[in-house]
Write a new protein. Sequence first.
Length: 239
Amino acid sequence: MNPKPLLSFHHIIARYGAIIALHDVSVHIHEGEIVTLVGANGAGKTTLLMSLFSQPRISGGEILFEGNPIHRLPTHDIAKLGISLSPEGRRVFPKMTVEENILLGIAHQPKLKTRTALKEIYDLFPILGERKSQRAGTLSGGEQQMLAMGRSLIAKPKLFLLDEPSLGLAPQITRHIFKILKQINEQGTTIFLVEQNALAALNLAHRGYVLTNGQVTLEGSGQELLQNRLIQSAYLGHE
């Protein structure tokens, strides 16, 4: 018998006004996995991810975390369940220092040992430790991505969500970011990755889903999807 998923989207329908953005979408993430959702711009990837936080609130289906429905909970209560998000575009606070940005990730957890938690983030991202007193707005794009990840990871989430972490980054920096994601997962964190860079995402992920025009059109292991001719043609530039 398969264990219950850590996170499940069951038959999700989501709308923006009269426009249906997601049509009967089902995605499941088990504890310890890296699962990726790939697709072109406008496919509905970010909509599915943000529906977890009721932005937008789903109009059909249900979202379960550890077997419990959460799609009617307020956003701040969902965060307290052990779910952290590194959003698209990083969204760091440019005038605050690196360390101040990271500490925002545990503002709702006053009992967490701050120094120990910070050391773990700096061990994972040494460049952030070197620049902890520097204003976040002066960091490079790759460093800001690491900062956004560090801010989300300091709370020790059960589930780590990332939205387009490679966006705007050079290939070398993308490879470094994905190497860190693999390390985080090997240390026990479950990861749900929304990503347009299908090659990088599917090489990293245990399993993947392909979203096309608001519907799941393919699913399988990362390697199975990489070998799929439709994926190779649509996302990897193969004929």
